[in-house]
Design a protein around this ligand. Structure first.
Ligand code: NAD
Ligand code: UFG
Length: 341
């Protein structure tokens, strides 16, 4: 298929693009590069030997999007573009509501005009808010205990897409609720390149291993979890890429919702230990206060994706740590540094 990938220059988008290009799909990327670099796309082209048609465009630019649809006639869309920092969304709620919700509205408006109604949307485990039960199945309630505007944008966009599909049965939509994406492509050529100090655990640990920070801060060791530290469901970004392709190939009329995770709970200390194995040395850490808004534990039941999409995560935490370390050590300053320096 010819797929329009919004946000395709970003961390997850570049890995989805790589997966699609290497499995015979044609990729068109729309990205405004607000949190990414064109180099990521060039690296995907280098790895796959395929050409990607790239348009530097804000998804809210409906006129510009129409032009891309007119010129390139995509058959389906994977919509990843958006802002994703939880803390920033608390400080700048209007920026988040404007960017995330208006970008989604603009994309579906243009899709509808061009009779393109196959859509995959990157949602998040954050829509579950405070989990009712664990592991989380897709039937768990959503929208209770969401603690930040970023999470609400995902919840609202899910609702908009369900309303849209209810209004016209030609829409084929898949909502992918990602758990915690980590790792990088095994080449070390593409990976996560956070701006500023990373908020998320794995990129911060990687930067400590690279000597950019003195020590890891573990946010709380008094949770009701096996070792007292926070527990998450870390999914390798290459497995996540494959999940998009599986969802694309199984689209059908209406809305389908899938958890995209491994189902395996992993603690902060286990991530640190996995990274120590990968980089070959001990990583200093200190225990700090709990981070405001954090959950003790969240992980999913991924069975629905396995039974309906024939997809499951294969890569281990050890592989994610090795791949993340390879990316970090080959690109100490992310895409700002020539590869191999
Ligand atoms: P990212 O910031 O690396 O990628 C997002 C991309 O979208 C960037 O390339 C950015 O330049 C682009 N973008 C932002 N606003 C845009 C706009 N208005 N128009 C065009 N392009 C725009 O983030 P990511 O981690 O790759 O996340 C991709 C998607 O997955 C996001 O929607 C995010 O909310 C979602 N998600 C991410 C995580 C995670 O932990 N990384 C978890 C759950 C869901
Ligand atoms: N943590 C630390 N130290 C750090 C960073 C994180 O101890 O420096 C801990 C957190 O307290 C938590 C775990 O590591 O227990 C994971 O934290 P992350 O910030 O990596 O991930 P979150 O689960 O908080 O959130 C991420 C994304 C959200 C997304 C959510 C679910 O940031 O956008 O996963 O998909 F919604």
């Amino acid at each position: 298929m010819r797929i329009l990938l919004t946000g395709g220059a970003g961390y997850i988008g570049s890995h989805v693009a790589l997966d699609l290009c290497s499995t015979g799909h044609e990729v068109i990327i729309v990205d405004n590069l607000s949190n990414s670099s064109r180099t990521a796309i060039e690296r995907v082209e280098e790895i796959t030997g395929k050409t990607i048609d790239f348009h530097q465009l804000d998804c809210r630019d409906t006129v510009g999007l129409r032009h891309v649809f007119h010129q390139r006639a995509p058959e389906g869309v994977i919509h990843l573009a958006g802002l994703k920092s939880v803390g920033e969304s608390v400080a700048q709620p209007l920026t988040y509501y404007d960017t995330n919700i208006n970008a989604a509205l603009s994309v579906i408006e243009v899709m509808d005009e061009f009779d393109v109604r196959k859509l995959i949307f990157s949602s998040s485990a954050t829509v579950y808010g405070d989990p009712e039960f664990l592991p989380l199945t897709e039937q768990a309630r959503t929208g209770v205990g969401i603690s930040n505007p970023y999470g609400w944008t995902k919840f609202f966009i899910e609702q908009i897409l369900m309303d849209l599909a209810a209004s016209n049965n030609l829409w084929e939509i898949s909502l992918l609720r990602y758990f915690n994406p980590v790792g990088a492509h095994e080449s070390g050529l593409i990976g996560e390149d956070p701006t500023g100090i990373p908020n998320n655990l794995m990129p911060f640990v990687a930067q400590v291993a690279a000597g950019r920070h003195d020590q890891i801060k573990v946010f709380g060791d008094d949770y009701d979890t096996p070792d007292g530290t926070g527990v998450r469901d870390y999914i390798h970004v290459m497995d996540l890429g494959a999940a998009h392709r599986a969802a694309l190939e199984h689209l059908r009329p209406g809305v389908d919702i899938y958890n995209v995770g491994t189902g395996t709970p992993v603690s902060v200390l286990e991530i640190i230990s996995g990274f120590e194995q990968a980089c070959g040395r001990a990583l200093p850490y200190t225990i700090k206060e709990r981070r405001a808004g954090d959950l003790a534990s969240t992980y999913c039941c991924p069975d629905k994706a396995e039974s309906e999409l024939n997809w499951k995560a294969h890569r281990t935490i050890a592989e994610a740590c090795q791949d993340s370390w390879r990316w970090q050590s080959m690109n100490p300053d992310g895409y700002g540094t020539p590869q191999g320096n």
